[in-house]
Design a protein around this ligand. Structure first.
Ligand SMILES: [Ca+2]
Ligand SMILES: [Ca+2]
Length: 348
């Protein structure tokens, strides 16, 4: 069964993640980070070329962040702004390591604006900073505007045309994406969250063409991380998740449209869908998650049940989910997306 049947039910626009319940995971991260800040002075430095340096300094009881730009001027942030920034930074899962911005949009997260500097992040690109207070690199991604796609291409990378461009989009969730992440050989391993890298979501074609371009939504990454956390909390250890299919350019998606295949308006074209499976043993197929000695739809069900619990807890991340059987081409897997309304298919 394809996702086509589900498309007509999804008329409502994507719900902003800001309306979600952001209690436990984020707060524990904030508390953890604050503990680290109180314990030691922490320094962050831009990795590639120095735009700003930032220090998080402890001055108990007041905490402040001091940011130094490349002219030597320093700016202090108060504790409240720092707290707000951190809570925004890591998503509902507390595990995001990259934030994605449209080029026209100024950075809404104060701590990021301070850390990265506004001029630097207005340039489309993948900007990383080693932020020790957060336990590792953080990345601000500024999108290449959608309008830079010409005749279905960006440079030599083929993308095709989105449903809205072809006049077939029927809901605001199917508007053109705001822009693209430029993925290079050098930045493809950038960690977008604890478990995922940029490369995990790339369309699986045009292997020799660089740079490649990617549509990816933070809400999807956040949801995948929450599903992993849910699996772990309920007795399924997760050391490796394989994303079989993340973003699909429209030209690539189109090749598989048809009976039993991909949907014309597949969410994969919007960067908010992933077909994935837990693969701790790294053999390229789903593991025996329920421990009954077989790999089948019951193991897909374990993943789906975790998705259901995550959606109940975080209504802002609601979306589609489907179970898929093994074929000669692939093992069983689950599809999830964050289209903004509930859709289910292939459930057994
Ligand atoms: Ca496996
Ligand atoms: Ca099993």
């Amino acid at each position: 069964m394809s996702t086509d049947q589900q498309f007509d039910r999804s008329k409502s626009p994507v719900v902003s993640s800001k309306t979600g319940n952001r209690t436990t995971p984020t707060r524990s991260i904030v508390a953890g980070v604050l503990a680290a800040v109180v314990a030691v002075s922490v320094t962050a430095a831009i990795i590639p070329s120095g735009v700003v340096a930032a220090s998080v300094v402890s001055d108990t009881p007041a905490l402040s962040v001091v940011v130094v730009d490349d002219t030597g001027a320093s700016t202090a942030m108060d504790r409240g702004a720092f707290m707000d920034g951190l809570e925004e930074l890591y998503g509902l899962s507390g595990k995001l390591r990259a934030r994605i911005f449209a080029p026209a949009r100024s950075i809404q997260v104060p701590v990021l604006a301070q850390l990265f500097g506004d001029p630097a992040v207005r340039e489309p690109g993948v900007h990383s900073v080693n932020f020790a207070a957060a336990g590792g690199p953080l990345t601000v991604i500024t999108l290449v505007p959608f309008e830079e796609k010409v005749k279905g291409r960006l440079g030599t990378y083929r993308m095709g045309f989105w449903p809205f461009e072809q006049g077939t989009a029927r809901a605001s969730a199917y508007d053109n994406p705001p822009g693209f992440i430029r993925v290079t050989r050098e930045n493809q391993d950038t960690q977008v969250s604890e478990h995922f890298k940029l490369r995990d979501f790339l369309t699986k074609d045009q292997a020799t063409v660089w740079p490649k371009y990617l549509v990816l939504r933070e809400e999807l990454i956040d949801k995948l991380e929450l599903v992993i956390a849910e699996l772990e909390a309920t007795g399924t250890p997760v050391r490796n998740v394989s994303v079989m299919s993340g973003f699909r350019t429209p030209q690539y998606n189109q090749q598989g449209v048809g009976a039993g295949g991909r949907a014309q308006n597949s969410r994969h074209q919007y960067g908010d869908a992933a077909d994935f499976f837990v693969d701790n043993d790294g053999n390229g197929r789903l593991d025996d998650l329920n421990g009954d000695g077989r790999v089948d739809m019951r193991d897909v069900r374990v993943m789906l049940d975790a998705v259901e619990r995550v959606e109940r807890r975080y209504p802002s991340l609601v979306g589609g989910a489907g179970m898929y059987k093994a074929t000669s081409a692939h093992g069983p897997f689950v599809h999830v997306d964050v289209r903004g309304s509930r859709a289910r298919w292939g459930i057994s």
